[in-house]
Each structure stands twice: as C-alpha cells, then as structure tokens.
Write a protein that binds this ligand. Sequence first.
Ligand SMILES: [Zn+2]
Length: 259
Amino acid sequence: MTQVRRKGVLNDASHEDVRRDAWPVALLPFGATEPHNTHLPYGTDTILGSEVAARVAAQCIADGTNVMALPAVPFGVNTTQLDLPFTINVMPSTQLALLRDVIGSLEPHGVRGLVLLNAHGGNELRALVRELQPSTPIMLAIVNWWQAADHATFEQAGDHAGELETAAIMHVAPHLVAPDRHTWGDGRSNPSTLEGVRRGVAWMPRRWTQATVDTGVGDPRAATAENGAAFIAQAVERIASFCCELGAADPSRLWAPAP
Ligand SMILES: [Zn+2]
C-alpha cells in the first residue's frame, strides 16, 4: 500500500475530491481469491487489478480525462477450484446482480463509460455486458488487463501464477512473493484426457485439482520484477489511452465507416 493519497482512486478520495470535478469514466477491477501456485498470494488478481486501475486513472488524469478507479471486486468465478481451501467463489449470476447495482449507482452521477478491468480468467464478463448494456446509457467495455500488453516480454507468459503474473507481483508487491525461488512450483499442468478438448474442438472447465500440481499453470521461474514493470507500463499506457477515448466517445456513434 502506498503512503500517498492517489487522485482517481475512490478508496483514497474524499467527498470533496469527488464533488469538485466531473468523472466521465470509471474503472471497476474484477479480481479473485484463490491459490496462485505455492509462491504468490491469494489476492494476486485483486492486487494486480487494483494497481493497474490506479495507474490507469493517474495516467488519464495527467492526460486530461478524469477516470475514477473503483474498489476492486475481491471475489471471482471459481467454480472449478472449490476443493482448494479458502478459494472463495461467486457465481456469474451473482456478478451480474452486483454489476447491475454498481451501474445503477453510477448512472445518476455523470459517468459516461464504465470499463470492467478484469484480472481473472474465470470471470467471463462479456455475457454480463451483453445482458446489461441495453438497459443503461453508460457505455460498457471490458479489458482483460493481462492481455493488454505484449506477451513477448516473457519466455512463457503462462496462464495462472506463471511468469507474467509472478513478474507483475514481483514489481507491485515483492514482499508478498515467496523469497526462495526453489520452493516455487514449476507450474506443470495436465492435458485433458479427451482428444476433442486437446484439439480445441470443445472447451470444458478445468477441474483444478486434476489439471494442476501446485495450482499454477505456467512456469514462473524465469520471472523478473523488471519484466513485470515493463509489461504493466505497456498495459497501463494502452488501457489509459482507451479510457481517454471512451471519455470523449459519442455513444450513438461507436461504429462508423472508416474515414
Ligand atoms: Zn491470477
């Protein structure tokens, strides 16, 4: 946790900070509470979603668009990890109800665009947006933050607690990473026994305790804080530039023939 009050972070803001400006864009990070291999904290997704949101808001404010980072939703969809201790699952239908209420709370206060800043693969937010967009004037958008920058930064980005997420936490919260790299699981995972799933013809949710050894998917051991910093910086720049665009966008003209 930083020792400064960050502009554009609602958890840090006073009523005075909020009411003296217009806030056309809000960011809602979606995290999760689940094990991340043997070396990263349960809060990894929530920590990263919150931090990226705060940096995006700061960048946008510096660029002239007021963006407010809302508190992160700390629980995600984890229906396939319930046999792992202290994994906290919320159902997609619960997320839908929560998002509907958040949108309803923002609507009267001049927010024109809401960006769902997703940090957890199990949170499939598109269905929620498809259901809610027709009933709100707020423009809804989704960014999976870990897909917003170039994976070429890493030897193998990995899927869950792999090199990408490990590098990101090493940059943002190094004190939460298990210090001895030799204790980190290697992120080995098991393929499906069904050929159709292996070939990508069909998708089935992974039963985590069967599909993984240490709950991680992807080898984290090449991760460095420098790579994490570079990846986050690139993601923040791209997401911030989108948020600034969204703040100025005309909702009645989001698609048009190319000039
Ligand atoms: Zn994660």
